[in-house]
Write a protein that binds this ligand. Structure first.
Ligand code: G4P
Length: 295
């Protein structure tokens, strides 16, 4: 096995965002926690639970078009077992979005009943959307408000101001005040976020990262990996990640002068093909490996 290296990236602490979210909590009824369906554990900020305190919440597993459908099912079941409402959707096609408003109403059923009893029928429901950079918050809000008002940028960590969006009669979304960073203390979490492209590649050793990804895929998804790069399952089983990277480069004819394998190019290809789901719909946080996930 290649060694696990910590991602040397320090996104700054959470104090500012925590304060901003806390100051907005009194204005909202519920929190929608967006997670990346490929990494529902690693894309979950572990401080979030204490920040949102007792607010009603629901989990939205976004980008499920790129995740392993059987794992997504397991994740949904896991959250529901913990009495956390959870839905899976994708903002690329819009699949699953229709379940959002009914799910929020379900989560808030008791409160809505109480409002109605007090004659506050038609009171606007306000939901704050939170999630780490790049998880798809802008895309989600855009989709839900059906207008291109939320700016979508593929730059991890782009800060935005507070904004409210009306997504239907009596239903408003609040974009996260501040940036909710993931936690990088656990090197595996940092690595998985790097696999999916949530860490700038410029600060990463992409050959090492790609070698680690190949090891993960060999151990968890050997068939799509072998099919894509025409590798033999038996051959790759004893290999280290870097050897697999060379095997991919060789298969793809990626050579530099002197006949050496261009492992840098092979690394870029593997990361690219994984991130764009060309390698398949793959989930790299297994639900069974994280039974105590808490939101
Ligand atoms: P953020 O506000 O949380 O930072 O995330 P944002 O919506 O900016 O989305 C980050 C990237 O993820 C964008 O990619 C967006 O298109 C993509 N994305 C969001 N939701 C989904 C989804 O459900 N499925 C897939 N496959 N991709 C999703 P980008 O490279 O900027 O894309 P684009 O501008 O080329 O569309």
């Amino acid at each position: 096995m290649e060694e696990i290296r910590s991602i040397q990236w320090f996104p700054g602490h959470m104090t500012k965002t925590r304060r901003k979210i806390e100051s907005q909590l009194k204005l909202i009824d519920a929190v929608a926690v967006l997670l990346d369906a490929r990494v529902p554990y690693s894309s979950c900020n572990p401080d979030l639970r204490s920040v949102i305190n007792n607010k009603p919440r629901l989990v939205v597993l976004n980008k499920c078009d790129m995740a392993d459908p059987s794992e997504t099912k397991k994740w949904l079941a896991l959250f529901r077992r913990k009495n956390i409402a959870a839905i899976a959707l994708d903002c690329k096609s819009g699949k699953g979005l229709n379940a959002f408003i009914p799910t929020v109403k379900n989560v808030l059923a008791d409160r809505i009943k109480a409002w109605n009893e007090k004659g506050m029928t038609g009171r606007t429901i306000k939901v704050m959307v939170v999630g780490i950079p790049n998880v798809g918050k802008s895309s989600f809000i855009n989709r839900m408000s059906k207008q291109n008002r939320a700016k979508v940028e593929d730059r991890p960590g782009v800060t935005r101001g507070n904004q409210w969006y009306t997504i239907g009669k009596g239903f408003d979304l609040l974009d996260t005040p501040g940036v909710l960073w993931p936690k990088f203390d656990d090197p595996l979490v940092g690595e998985k976020l790097a696999f999916i492209g949530s860490v700038k590649d410029e600060i990463l050793d992409t050959e090492h990262l790609s070698a680690r990804l190949l090891e993960y895929l060999r151990d968890n998804y050997p068939d799509p990996l072998c099919a894509r790069y025409k590798l033999d399952k038996q051959d790759i089983m004893p290999m280290r990640g870097y050897e697999m990277l060379e095997a991919v480069g060789r298969r793809r004819g990626m050579l530099i002068s002197g006949g050496e394998i261009d492992t840098e190019r092979a690394a870029a290809t593997v990361l690219d093909e994984f991130r764009s789901a060309v390698l398949g719909k793959l989930t790299i946080d297994g639900a069974e490996d994280h039974p105590d996930v808490r939101i």
